[in-house]
Write a protein that binds this ligand. Structure first.
Ligand code: Z5A
Length: 211
């Protein structure tokens, strides 16, 4: 059986991840692969229930540490029930946000101790790690503008303020600098087609997908 691959999309609000994830999934499927498109928080029925808790309500509804625990409760269920089984049967898993979002949102921007997050990663994920993480980078003001255009009920994080979002951007870039073998930074400015070409070039460069 061919080996599954695990790709994650990361970055701040409105960077275009969801739009580009759909495009990448279509191209990978056109190449004849089984592709599982999923997201966090969520991706399994139980994790989607936790998503509804964590993304709605006032910005201070949960503290960053409580958010961290909720994200990891959701992630464990998602990994056990969706991600690991898909990888085990040779599928490609493409996930909209994963563990780096906890490091950046709850850690770098929210102030949760990195030691706690590292311990959860180790004990909860037990080695399930992305083969490739695409970090979408965009000036904060542009991302928030785009996110407000698609505004809905899940706006807790958008409402956390400019300084939070600046720390968030730097947090993601710091992850990319620390793990260059796993992470590729995608310049998320420009047209949909321009960003898609950057995504495809990064995926082909790291995972050799070709046509
Ligand atoms: N969160 C967390 O705190 N800790 C964790 O561990 C995890 C998550 C896993 C839910 O994520 C929230 O959970 C998230 C972090 C937190 N914060 N919030 N909110 P989400 O994935 O549901 O929300 P999001 O990542 O912020 O989604 P988003 O705002 O929709 O951003 P996006 O997926 O990067 O962008 P998009 O939906 O593809 O595009 C947004 C809009 O911009 C849309 O109208 C597009 O048509 C438009 N767009 C996209 N690309 C372009 C270009 N190139 N030009 C112009 N306009 C564009």
């Amino acid at each position: 059986m061919s080996q599954g691959r695990f790709i994650t999309f990361e970055g701040g609000e409105g960077a275009g991840k969801s739009t580009q994830l759909r495009r990448l999934v279509a191209r990978l499927k056109a190449g004849g692969r089984e592709v599982v498109a999923t997201r966090e928080p969520g991706g399994s029925p139980g994790a989607e229930d936790i998503r509804a808790l964590v993304l709605r309500g006032a910005a201070d509804r949960w503290s960053p540490v409580t958010e961290t625990l909720l994200m990891y409760a959701a992630r464990r269920d998602h990994v056990e029930r969706v991600i690991r089984p898909a990888l085990a049967r040779g599928a490609w898993v493409v996930c909209d946000r994963f563990a780096d979002s906890t490091r950046a949102y709850q850690g770098a921007a929210g102030g949760t101790a990195p030691e706690l997050i590292a311990a959860l990663e180790s004990h909860i994920l037990e080695g399930t790690r992305p083969d490739l993480t695409l970090i979408f980078d965009l000036p904060v003001s542009v991302g928030l503008e785009r996110a407000h255009v698609r505004a809905g009920a899940e706006m807790r994080f958008e409402s956390k303020g400019q300084a939070f979002h600046e720390r968030l951007r730097e947090g993601f870039l710091a992850i990319a600098r620390a793990e260059p073998g796993r992470c590729a930074v995608i310049d998320a400015a420009g047209s949909l087609d321009e960003v898609e070409a950057r995504v495809w070039a990064a995926v082909d460069d790291r995972l050799a997908v070709h046509g």
